[in-house]
Design a protein. Sequence first.
Length: 256
Amino acid sequence: MLLVVDVGNTNITFGLYNKKKLVGSFRLMTGTPRTSDEFGLAVTDLLKYNNVKATELEGVIISSVVPGVMHSLTGGIERFLDKKPMIVGPGLKTGIHIVTENPKEIGPDRIVDAVAAYEKYGGPVLVMDFGTATTYDLINEKGEFVAGITAPGIKISAKALWEDTAKLPEVEIKKPDSILAQNTVTSMQAGLVYGQIGQTEYIVRRVKEEAGLSEMKVVATGGLGSIIADETDVIEVYDRGLTLDGLRIIFEKNKK
């Protein structure tokens, strides 16, 4: 059994694997302060719910883009599970060679997604993650991370609308029945969702043109990615569990 942890800007996602099969998962909000005891109890509850003992865990691996969470999180895991977690970062074998101008700038979340997309679907592949930010990362046929694009995520754009304007309300992010909106709520939904679809299609087309990769595979993940993937033909695969699978793959490459 393996415990994988993805610490994102919005959520912390825990996944429990039995070999290659994800058998359990849950999420916590990243912005809520927690002690190491609270993290430890949360992880223990996940194991109990799945009838797994801490002694059955082969290991724990964490990817994090939020440094402030790590002290309490790793402390809770070490205390309650008696496991020192593997942290995604320099020194780990990933199978991906970063050839951008400054490899250290590439976040661990993007590396994990790249690893999973390349291992599962081959290269060249453009992997996009619809998270707090929307990221587009290109991995070529050799497994080289050659380029990345970063854009505001749908939630960031939505938050800017209702926080930075006096009269626009907070709305549910979903595709309206028509782009021809006739009220404030559906007009915002249309702008957010169709705007993201248009951005996605343009970026994918431009990447293919500039990279000369007309046969490039396009894979998407992230909580809101399914909304976009359902509405455009440029996304070939929507893989909700891509990031957790990437963590599992990296652990397998580095376990002793």
